[in-house]
Design a protein around this ligand. Sequence first.
Ligand SMILES: Cc1cc2nc3c(=O)[nH]c(=O)nc-3n(C[C@H](O)[C@H](O)[C@H](O)COP(=O)(O)OP(=O)(O)OC[C@H]3O[C@@H](n4cnc5c(N)ncnc54)[C@H](O)[C@@H]3O)c2cc1C
Ligand code: FES
Ligand code: FES
Length: 469
Amino acid sequence: MNILRFCINGQEREIDFSKPESPSPFCSVLHYIRHYEKLTGTKEMCGKGDCGACTVILASQTDSKGECNYRALDSCLLPLAELHGNHLLTIEAPADCMDTLPIREAFLKERASQCGFCSPGMVLSIYSHIKNGYPFTPEFIKRTLSGNLCRCTGYTTILQAALSLEKAGVIIKQNEKPLLFPIIENNSLNLRKNNESYIRPVSLTELKELLKDYPHLPLTGGLTGSGMTYRKSVIDVSHVKEMLACEETEDFITLGASCTIKDMSTLLGKHFPYMVPYLEDFASEQIRGKATIGGSLADGSPVGDIMPLCMAHNAVCIIMGPDSIREVFCDRFMLNYRKVDLKPGELILAVRFDRPAKNVFYAAFKQSRRKNMDISSVCLAATIKLINGKCHSVRLVYGGMAAVTAHALQTEKFLKGKVFSLSNCKKAANCIAADFEPLSDLRGSKQFRMDTAKNMLISLYQKYSEQNE
Ligand SMILES: Cc1cc2nc3c(=O)[nH]c(=O)nc-3n(C[C@H](O)[C@H](O)[C@H](O)COP(=O)(O)OP(=O)(O)OC[C@H]3O[C@@H](n4cnc5c(N)ncnc54)[C@H](O)[C@@H]3O)c2cc1C
Ligand code: FES
Ligand code: FES
């Protein structure tokens, strides 16, 4: 079947890719809505997930009774194929599908819009905030809007408009009817157009067959990392149900590699609450709801935020090949700059974490040029097992300090066996120079990185003492 079925603003659509006039399955949703649907309320600016001007809502059914979840996503990073089985809502949606009138009125009242270029995206992000039942505090609203940039109004009036909407959920609910969804028999896809193919398995059995047949086809997860560069033929693993699961046993928590960063924050965050604020600084709401754990690790970026957490926890990557499954400690997974331990035909199936242990202090810090929507200049994830106030085992994993995410081995060695104190952390900071010789680049000079890495060790102790006051 070479057909895509979805709904847009209350109407059903079917795209048959065999027809010459059809777009490509890789066409961005942004391009599709502006050029094929002639819905130009959604704006195009950066084209790479940085500004939120292109924000749309993707509603997916969560059960047969019509319950659905609403995700605000950047349509410039969303391939058309992702719409299959879902309902796409743009700023033009009629009120019985998506009632944004109360939000638009609040913008008017608070004068939260000038040129208006960012406003459709802002309105839709706030709509998803309301639909997801997030709290109406400045902190939560800033988090929701962290992926939406405004270059002229300033954020105070936008924040005021959003804060004034605390009760808007009730009005919105009254005006909206249940969303329509297309009837589809199978969620897996094999879409072909000219020499392009977009293959989306939904089960591990299907995926295994595909890996045998096409061992050299690139894989994609959320398409927010280097997955964005593939535009010809891919196997999209983000809908494989076994890779979306989270399994908890007495000893371990195993997250499927296609869980998003948002899922990770919910599923792991309940066991390791320190991870939640750290993961909330990952990109923006739009990216966190799309980027996957597997994609983050396989991307092999030395400034990625997920690998330091995995290494500090001594987590295990579960890797599946066409015929077998193997396990690799995350410590050994990154081989070199952007090179990871994956052979053709292999993929990351899941990542396994030990359950929280007694007497272990966990912390993570991220320093980036701006708080949100930026990859780290330097980050640190740490786990320290303390026995009678002394460091029994120490894992300090830095991102942004070398060509790969790496342990500060000398610093770990220095702290091991010593009392965990401010003075020892200050002394340990002097070992960082023996561990790393960072580069200077646009995210920070060598000196800045060294100073930040040292200061993070001091912050580590401060965090510990705050928690144990
Ligand atoms: C605006 C923006 C902001 C960002 N901010 C941050 C940030 O704050 N912190 C951060 O760390 N990163 C950030 N990133 C980078 C990006 O989000 C991450 O690298 C992301 O987690 C990649 O995940 P993905 O699922 O989108 O991967 P994809 O782009 O789909 O794939 C990335 C790579 O992984 C491979 N791959 C995907 N899934 C698997 C699998 N299961 N097994 C094997 N290989 C696989 C793909 O083939 C590809 O090579 C940002 C990106 C954007 C666009
Ligand atoms: S156009 Fe900027 S995020 Fe899509
Ligand atoms: S109102 Fe002009 S960019 Fe926000």
